[in-house]
Design a protein around this ligand. Sequence first.
Ligand SMILES: [Zn+2]
Length: 51
Amino acid sequence: MTKFSCIKCSYRFELKRELPPKVCPYCGKEGGVRREQGAEEILRDVDNSRE
Ligand SMILES: [Zn+2]
């Protein structure tokens, strides 16, 4: 599960996918949904970008 949050309404939710949906399921804001990243996930992404 990947955690997402909306930059407009701060609605937080989880989905079984990596990419965020185009619109927020709560307020309908287009392009407002971002992945939530903890410290471990950020480190993992840095490692992946080196490959
Ligand atoms: Zn929203």
